[in-house]
Ligand binder design. Structure first.
Ligand SMILES: [Zn+2]
Length: 386
């Protein structure tokens, strides 16, 4: 019999809500609160995107064989769906079918877990499972970090006896937000957790984790989905032409959850607006004036411009275009611009993106991006600054 997961799009488990758009890093950049992120995780993780399924089944196979490491670090690009995989694995580890449907027999095949119907699955879907904790950054005032008190609370919880089934699971996403003392306080538990405890960490930026944390985890490196696979999945969530879906994916570096978020927030309208701005800027428009609409989300501007410039570079290098830009605009922008200038502005925007990871004033960031763009591509600085 075909597995319920051997399907093309997201597969829905009975009783679960549809997968909400999010992936930690993107959501944060686009202004959603951490509460939204965690709520979406709780509600959405029974639908697992198809490219994440092999890793879930591999991990469950290891679990069934008694060889699953107690501390896992899921790593892979932001927008891939790591947080959803972490939650799905947590649910599967707690699912009653691990005990042979509750009857004490051998575990049900990995493809059937989490079942979405047993008591444990219903509790995890409601965010109420007594043997599971989902940890993320705390709210304002703690600068988006996971702080030491939160980790101490988690450790205390993990040392209490399990209330159901014997397994306890902690999910920490994104784990690169553990601040130094929080990470230090977690080390002993990562190394030697209580019996039956699993810690599942996920991040798109493993390099930001202290080496002491990384070295205590088994790292599961997740591959990115193929573009056609991602597009098929995305088409199950958005009723748009394949051209628009492809455009959104290319704009988000091929990462389906990033594209899902962007479309959810009318991102293609923003792209249209940006393309109009490029027209105006190339005709002598004022970067400072154009920057105004991006002052609340300079991250989105920087990401979109990165994709736009990458597309122009592909054109310059004679590579195949991914169809993100209208032909007339890409011709106008690419053909009139020296290759060196495109490379220069690509590097400048990449540098801006790095700085955007630090808290700073959005308006100034958006202005700086447009001023660099205008200077590099059209050889002039902002009018207002002259
Ligand atoms: Zn279940």
């Amino acid at each position: 019999m075909a597995s319920k997961r051997q399907n093309t799009g997201a597969v829905k488990t009975k009783g679960a809500k549809s997968q909400q758009p999010l992936e930690q890093g993107d959501k944060q950049q686009q202004g959603a609160s951490e509460d939204d992120v965690h709520q979406a995780l709780i509600q959405g993780s029974s639908d697992l995107a198809p490219w994440l399924v092999p890793e879930l089944e591999r991990s469950l196979g290891l679990f069934d064989a008694g060889r699953l490491h107690h501390a896992l670090l899921l790593s892979g690009r932001t927008g891939l769906g790591k947080s959803f995989l972490a939650m799905a694995l947590a649910r599967a580890l707690l699912c009653d079918l691990n005990q042979g449907g509750g009857g004490g027999g051998s575990p049900t095949s990995a493809a059937q877990r989490p079942c979405g119907e047993c008591k444990s699955c219903r509790l995890t879907a409601a965010g109420n499972h007594p043997d599971m904790r989902l940890l993320g950054p705390n709210k304002a005032g703690e600068r988006g970090e996971i702080v030491v008190d939160t980790v101490r609370g988690l450790i205390e919880f993990l040392h209490l006896s399990a209330q159901l089934g014997g397994t306890k699971v902690a999910v920490i996403v994104p784990c690169d937000r553990l601040n130094r003392s929080a990470a230090n306080s977690l080390l002993k538990t990562l190394e030697e957790p209580p019996e039956g405890v699993f810690l599942i960490l996920a991040t798109g930026r493993p390099g930001r984790l202290p080496a002491t944390v990384r070295s205590r985890c088994t790292i599961h490196q997740l591959p990115s989905p193929r573009l056609d696979e991602a597009q098929l999945w995305l088409s199950g969530h958005h009723n748009l032409s394949s051209e628009k879906l492809r455009q959104a994916l290319v704009l988000c570096g091929g990462m389906p959850f990033s594209a899902h978020n962007m479309l959810h927030q009318h991102g293609l309208d923003r792209l249209e607006a940006l393309l109009q701005q490029l027209h105006r800027l190339s005709a002598g428009g004022d970067p400072i004036k154009e920057a105004q609409m991006w002052q609340d989300n300079p991250h989105v501007l920087a990401e979109m411009l990165t994709a736009v410039i990458a597309e122009l570079l592909r054109r310059k290098h004679g590579g195949s275009m991914l169809g993100m830009l209208p032909a007339a605009l890409s011709e106008r922008l690419a053909d009139a611009t020296p290759l060196d200038s495109l490379h220069q502005v690509f590097e400048q925007i990449t540098a801006h993106r790095r700085h955007l990871e630090q808290p700073l004033q959005g308006r100034l960031a958006a202005e700086a991006i447009f001023i660099d763009l205008s200077t590099a591509l059209w050889g002039r600085a902002a009018r207002s600054s002259l």
